[in-house]
Design a protein around this ligand. Structure first.
Ligand SMILES: Cc1cc2ncn([C@H]3O[C@H](COP(=O)(O)O)[C@@H](O)[C@H]3O)c2cc1C
Ligand SMILES: O=C(O)c1cccnc1
Length: 345
């Protein structure tokens, strides 16, 4: 995975896109961030008139041993139950996938069950990570397997025609894991980047912060990067999302980030293979306080703030119509010359 080379964005396509936008029948710059979006899409897709047609959503599911520390409002079995719900089309992400006509799949990369889960793709690496309050979450080999699952499953969607990918996840406890990983990456104070997740009490939040601070002290004897950071602090679905983002960047496919967890996965992906960063799109701003810090770390600004705090890829999926609007602007609008509209006097 580390040997993968990511191309730079296509600068010429971006220059051409900018020139085209400036000839369209509107005052220069008047479509603000949609114009910026179109230009980045041109660079990513290597097409001066980007024309996204087939969105896909991939959700990676896994469990976390750290739930034994009482850091979530919900029990671990909710992960399994939500995977089943997604496979049956009943989760929020299914509703939003329907809203945009996206291909959807949920991939079990490490859910803690032996039960077969009809409708989910079975790529289980292990039955959830180990509790990283007590040792490493997983081995380097398990990290590599999870990265590979993400890489392969994403590549398959691209080969089947997906031309943009929303990355989502489900895994009880994964806001704790993401805040821990991001604290290790950024050195920011844990109190700034830790939040209520699924809705814990103020008292539980203090406990969550304490767990994160203690685990960092335990693991950060020396600075950790890339795959090592995942082995220590975990997240099979986080590793899989990172692998998936590497595949998307390699295949010039826009990566629609969701909330805290997918954005932290992107931070890890960039550590493993540099250059992924240029292919990332920040869609929404999550209520989780760590999210905006993680976006800042990647120098990204979210398009919308709908006060979501769910994950699953929901923020990315609801923001997708802005991406198709940018493409329609590029392909449907007339230029001043075409339409016979007078330019600025
Ligand atoms: C019913 C339900 C559906 C979800 N869908 C996503 N999450 C989100 O919440 C969990 C992370 O929050 P925490 O770290 O506080 O456990 C993950 O499963 C995430 O995907 C859900 C959570 C619940 C309860
Ligand atoms: O920001 C997120 O993605 C998020 C927030 C709360 C719970 N699950 C996910």
């Amino acid at each position: 995975m580390e040997n993968i080379k990511i191309d730079h964005l296509d600068e010429q396509a971006m220059v051409n896109a900018q020139q085209h936008i400036d000839q369209l029948t509107k005052p220069v710059g008047s479509l603000g961030k949609i114009e910026e979006l179109a230009i980045q899409l041109a660079g990513v897709t290597r097409n001066a008139k980007p024309n996204l047609q087939k969105p896909a959503i991939i959700v990676f599911a896994a469990d976390h041993g750290i739930t034994a520390e009482g850091i979530s409002a919900f029990p671990q079995e909710v992960t399994i139950q939500m995977v089943a719900n997604m496979a049956n089309g009943g989760a929020a992400i299914n509703a939003f996938a329907n809203n945009i006509g996206a291909d959807f799949k949920v991939v079990d990369v490490g859910v803690n069950t032996d039960q077969p889960m009809d409708g989910a793709v079975d790529r289980k690496v292990m039955h959830g990570t180990k509790n990283y309050a007590k040792g490493n979450a997983m081995t380097l080999k398990e990290v590599e397997q999870a990265l590979q699952v993400g890489y392969e499953e994403t590549k398959m969607m691209i080969e089947a025609g997906a031309d943009s990918i929303c990355f989502g996840e489900v895994g009880i406890g994964n806001t704790t894991v993401s805040s821990t990983l991001f604290a290790a990456i950024s050195n920011l104070p844990v109190t700034h980047i830790t939040g209520y997740g699924t809705g814990i009490s103020d008292e539980q939040l203090l406990r969550k912060i304490e767990v994160i601070e203690n685990t960092l002290e335990f693991h950060l004897k020396e600075p950790l990067v890339g795959k090592q950071i995942l082995a220590h602090l975990g997240g099979l679905e986080i590793a899989a999302m990172a692998g998936g983002m590497i595949a998307a960047a390699q295949h010039h496919t826009p990566i629609l980030l969701d909330g805290l967890i997918s954005t932290v996965s992107a931070c890890v992906a960039e550590q493993i293979v540099s250059g992924v960063k240029s292919y990332l799109f920040a869609t929404h701003k999550s209520v989780e306080p760590g999210h905006v810090y993680a976006l800042n770390y990647l120098q990204l600004t979210p398009l919308i703030d709908l006060e979501f705090r769910l994950g699953e890829g929901t923020g990315a999926a609801v923001a997708y119509p802005l991406f198709s609007a940018a493409c329609h602007m590029m392909n449907d609008m007339a230029t001043f010359a075409d339409a016979g509209v007078s330019g600025k006097s």
